[in-house]
Design a protein around this ligand. Structure first.
Ligand code: C5P
Length: 407
């Protein structure tokens, strides 16, 4: 199973970059997700933001130096704290702190704890782009990476000094995603390639109108995230969706079912698991109009043609090691319809969702769903958070992969 920041102890070390304002929010977001957060600040960081702010946000005394002078006593010493934490994050991380750590210098609380910790270490650098690309910084990052430290960013953009280049601290969503990955102990999908279709497709009528459906892409996003957390290499072929795909997936964007089909055809031979969660439009307009259709009082007839059945085609093409999974959105006869689809499309598993009504699949965090394999029904249909459903699904996928490997 995967774990989230809840009930985890996280040490957030903060050094002096203007990006420190993002770390206040990072601290708040980690707390909101249930983590126990300790904040440590370098001396210079304390000139930018008062430790009192981090104390209020984290609910814990802030570590301001070797001989901390906090309003509340720090409950544990630097050595013991660095031993009990689940994750050590340095955000923002300056070139100076990275350099000291690469050299094994331990001249303040943070660098001393970095030497003492056995927890995973995640750096989110933020600095002037010239400082970042300087060979000294690059070498130090390489040294730390080789020692198993993790880095996220920096990203290209305008930095606080007004220069444009690679120096901006990673956005919080990306840092939080990386934290989830690092906190997940189950890495059973390491070395596996998972291919996912996600979101709706749009079939043009004319340059401004299209046929589509209410799929939000939430399920595809959750499916991608969980596979990434378990160590898989994930590619998502996504139709137009407001839902942002995970940063750590390879994302391929398409508009129509035909484009989705072409991308999946290319990527399928390499994958170990194919999950078709996209709500692919079943029909497209035979000849979309070149110019915008003007309103008239006449009835308008659109001639439609069936789109390729992506899932059905991959079911036909799969080899004995590949797993092909479908989703079904049904309004009635859930189990019978799903079982038929499982057979007809040669699937290893199908997830059937009830659609329509409150909290039912489209755009919701919940799904009224059942997992079915050729061996039977895994769970009676019930209203489940999509995240939980996805975890159940990957537990089953791990089981199926093991079975196929044994063949
Ligand atoms: O037959 P139905 O459209 O209900 O099947 C739904 C499943 O088939 C979903 O997994 C969906 O992603 C997939 N599908 C597909 N290509 C289509 C239509 C549906 O891959 N053209």
């Amino acid at each position: 199973m995967s774990s989230k920041p809840e009930q985890k102890t996280i040490l957030l070390a903060v050094s002096s970059s203007i990006a420190i304002y993002k770390s206040c929010e990072l601290c708040r977001r980690l707390k909101e997700r249930g983590a126990n957060v300790y904040v440590a600040m370098t001396e210079n960081a304390q000139k930018l933001v008062s430790p009192i702010l981090f104390e209020s946000l984290s609910g814990n005394a802030v570590i301001t130096g070797m001989f901390s002078n906090s309003r509340q006593p720090v409950p544990i010493s630097h050595i013991s704290l660095s031993h009990v934490i689940d994750l050590f994050i340095i955000a923002p991380a300056t070139a100076n702190l990275i350099a000291k750590s690469a050299c094994g210098i331990a001249d303040d609380w943070i660098t001393t704890s970095l030497l003492a910790t056995t927890a995973p270490v995640l750096w989110a650098p933020a600095m002037n782009p010239q400082m970042y690309t300087n060979p000294a910084t690059q070498k130090n990052i390489q040294i730390l990476s080789e020692r198993g430290h993790h880095f996220i960013g920096p990203f290209i953009g305008t930095t606080a000094c007004g220069e444009v280049g690679q120096g901006r601290m990673a956005e919080l969503e990306i840092i939080l995603e990386k934290i989830d990955i690092l906190l997940t102990k189950n890495k059973n999908l390491t070395g596996k390639k998972v291919l996912i279709t996600s979101g709706p497709t749009q079939e043009p009528i004319d340059p401004v109108r299209y046929i589509s459906n209410r799929s939000s892409g939430k399920m595809g996003r959750e499916l991608a995230l969980e596979a990434i957390k378990r160590g898989a290499e994930v590619t998502v072929v996504s139709g137009p969706s407001v839902e942002k795909l995970p940063y750590h997936s390879n994302s391929v964007y398409v508009q129509t079912a035909q484009e989705m089909y072409e991308q999946v055809l290319k990527l399928f031979p390499e994958c170990d698991v194919f999950i078709a969660s996209a709500a692919v439009a079943d029909y497209s307009v035979i000849k979309p109009l070149e110019h915008k259709k003007k309103r008239t009082d006449e009835a308008l007839l659109l001639e439609l043609t069936p789109n390729p059945d992506i899932l059905g085609e991959m079911g036909k093409r799969k080899n004995e090691k590949q797993i092909v999974i479908g989703f079904a959105a049904e309004t009635n006869n859930l189990i019978e319809n799903a079982k038929e689809k499982l057979r007809n499309k040669n699937l290893d598993l199908i997830v059937v969702n009830k659609v329509g009504g409150e909290k039912c699949a489209f755009g919701s965090e919940f799904a009224y769903a059942t997992i079915i394999t050729p061996d039977g029904i895994e769970n009676e249909p019930s209203l489940t958070p999509k995240r939980e459903l996805v975890q159940k699904l990957y537990d089953k996928i791990e089981e199926l992969l093991k079975k196929k490997e044994a063949i």
